[in-house]
Write a protein that binds this ligand. Structure first.
Ligand code: PLP
Length: 339
């Protein structure tokens, strides 16, 4: 049976061109600094994001964990958005690897009010830990792929700068934000001190994420990556896919956004679902379900359509390179037949 897989954009398979790039890539031992393809990817990512340097890391989670570890001294507080991936879905590396205290702050669609941010910043006293870092997420996964505009990042950066705090951006899907808002990715990155983005999601690489920052930041990050066991040897075979993706797969994300919108419009017609298609901006569609999400997903699975139960009363669909308009129509049809 054909499978239409809406569970995540991480399920994307490499393209034929990526496999070809893998075969052709010159490689060396990257831990010894000998892998020309990885160096090329790191240089390309730095140019595209306007940072001094970048580091290829095995996963987005490791990229975020490294960033927090480099910025935040042990025993300090790190401000995170309440629904962020970094705080909710990265198995507590803030506590375990960085030994810092997360201070979750609520937001509207991933955007912490700058006044709330200001109020959450703490100064060290005999009793209190100081704030050492502010983390944001763009696009915001659990808020349904919302894109945060550069102007908002600028406001946050202003508050952070007043208090001498660095800002780390979990930009797992920053290119989705850039494409949706029709802005260059540099307009976002100029307001933050470090960025992590994923090659392994909508950009369709098999593995890998990039961590970007100043030369000094990346030098420290390289040491932490090694400490965590993320120093990889002939990793140019993977970096080659990243180079291909950054050059060729970014503008394609607009198709995913169109498919997500179509899917949302279809889901809005299912009687036991609640969704406003206007809320869907990028490639993530979160729908409220009156029927048990586990049961709905199981029934869809029997018909070859995959999506994930997403907390109580919610189901998440993600569009990506490997689902097209036909898959969207099929998903809607299957759900209509179930009602
Ligand atoms: C997927 C994701 C990550 C982590 O990436 P992995 O490569 O799965 O570790 C981090 N942040 C956000 C917002 C994500 O969606």
């Amino acid at each position: 049976m054909k499978i239409s897989d809406f569970r995540s954009d991480t399920v994307t398979k490499p393209t034929k061109e990526m496999y070809e790039a893998m075969v052709k890539a010159p490689v060396g031992d990257d831990v010894l600094g000998d892998d020309p393809t990885t160096k090329e990817l790191e240089k390309l990512a730095a140019d595209m994001t306007d940072f001094e340097a970048c580091l290829f890391v095995p996963s987005g989670t490791m990229g975020n964990a490294i960033a927090v570890r480099v910025w935040a001294e042990e025993g300090t507080e790190v401000i995170v958005e309440e629904m962020s991936h970094l705080y909710n879905s990265e198995t507590a590396h803030l506590a375990v690897i960085s030994r810092v205290m997360p201070r979750p702050v609520k937001s509207n669609r991933g955007m912490i009010d700058p006044e709330d941010l200001r109020k959450s910043i703490r100064f060290q006293t005999e009793h209190r830990a100081r704030t050492s870092l502010v983390c944001l997420e763009n696009t915001h996964n659990y808020w349904g792929g919302k894109a945060l505009p550069p102007e908002y990042l600028e406001e946050v950066s202003k508050v952070a700068k007043e208090h001498n705090l660095p800002v780390h951006l979990d930009g797992a899907r920053i290119f989705n934000a850039a494409i949706f808002l029709k802005r260059d990715v540099k307009e976002f990155t100029k307001h933050v001190d470090s960025l992590m983005f994923c090659l392994s999601k909508g950009l369709s690489c098999p593995v890998g994420s990039m961590l970007c920052g100043s030369k000094d930041f990346i030098e420290k990050a390289r040491r932490v990556r090694k400490m965590l066991g993320g120093g990889m040897r002939q990793v140019g075979v993977l970096a080659a896919c990243g180079i291909y993706a950054l050059r060729n797969m970014v503008s394609r994300l607009a198709e995913d956004h169109l498919n997500a919108k179509k899917l949302a419009e279809g889901l809005a017609e299912i009687p036991y679902f609640k969704i406003n298609p206007d809320d869907v901006e990028t490639n993530i569609v979160i729908v409220e379900s009156e029927r048990d999400p586990e049961e709905v997903c199981e029934k869809m699975r029997e018909k070859g359509v995959l999506a994930l139960p997403f907390g109580p009363g919610r189901i998440r669909f993600v569009t990506h390179k490997d689902v097209n308009e036909e898959d969207v129509e099929r998903a809607i049809k299957v759900l209509k037949e179930m009602s």
